[in-house]
Design a protein around this ligand. Structure first.
Ligand code: SF4
Length: 244
């Protein structure tokens, strides 16, 4: 029996309409770049496979969209190493935003390092201080941001639009909304895009170390994220639907 051991063997299968999807994504990235003055349109780069595709496309199209990373203080070393690999390959590293040290120290001393497993409320409190607050800082004064959200990723993301408008907030562009996991990995393979080596070890979706595990054959692609919680609560809050 042949056991596939790399992400390309596991996932790279372009859909029949891949070329059309790619053309549309390029159009949407151009639209995002034109949405605001220079320096006000950003890529939220989680260092996941989708955001590596977007990093490549933005560089290929030479668009004035710079990236930022939320370094929660709990990422895998393999994930953090991608920041330098992006700089080497594309000539510019994403800007790194970290949580406020005093907030993390206070939270951990009060609740411990593993309180995310105690309750959804504790887990969301950790996400709020390590992700949401730094995201707010990253997006302050910006006009638009680009994400790698895809409808296929989960039920909660099944209706992700290409563009989300919300009063008082930056416009959100999701150029890969229609892409499948197979499309993403086909693009990465075809263009030799750098990616997190953990994807070769059955981690299709990677977040913070305590909240990510590899998945077994047949499990859902998001099954390795917050696996101890019920489906439906498994979002960190970065991508809750923007109410208008
Ligand atoms: S994903 Fe886990 S470790 Fe990361 S911020 Fe959320 S609860 Fe904390």
């Amino acid at each position: 029996m042949n056991f596939a051991t790399d992400a390309f063997s596991l996932y790279a299968r372009p859909s029949p309409t891949f070329a059309a999807k790619l053309a549309l994504s390029r159009e949407q990235l151009r639209a995002a770049a034109a949405h605001g003055p220079l320096g006000t349109v950003l890529l939220a780069n989680s260092l996941g496979a989708e955001d590596m595709v977007l990093t490549h496309l933005i560089a290929e199209l030479d668009l004035p969209i710079s990236g930022f990373v939320l370094d929660t203080g709990a990422l895998h070393a393999e994930t953090l190493a991608l920041i330098e690999r992006i700089a080497v390959r594309y000539g510019q590293a994403p800007q790194v935003f970290k949580p406020r040290a005093e907030a993390v120290i206070s939270f951990v001393s009060q609740h411990g390092e593993r309180s995310m497993y105690d309750s959804i409320a504790q887990r969301k409190a950790c996400c709020a201080l390590r992700k949401l607050e730094p995201l707010e800082r990253a997006l302050a004064g910006k006009t638009a941001w680009v994400t790698g959200l895809r409808r296929e990723q989960s039920d909660a993301r099944a209706e992700v639009p290409f563009v989300e408008h919300s009063p008082g907030k930056p416009t959100k562009f999701n150029p890969l909304a229609e892409w499948t996991q197979g499309d993403v990995w086909h693009f990465i393979q075809a263009n030799q895009v750098p990616y997190n080596p953990l994807h070769d070890q059955f981690y299709p979706s990677i977040g913070c170390q305590p909240c990510t595990r590899p998945i077994a054959a047949g499990e859902d692609i998001r099954a390795g994220r917050w696996w101890w919680e019920q489906e439906g609560s498994q979002e960190c809050g970065l991508h809750v639907k923007q109410e208008s």
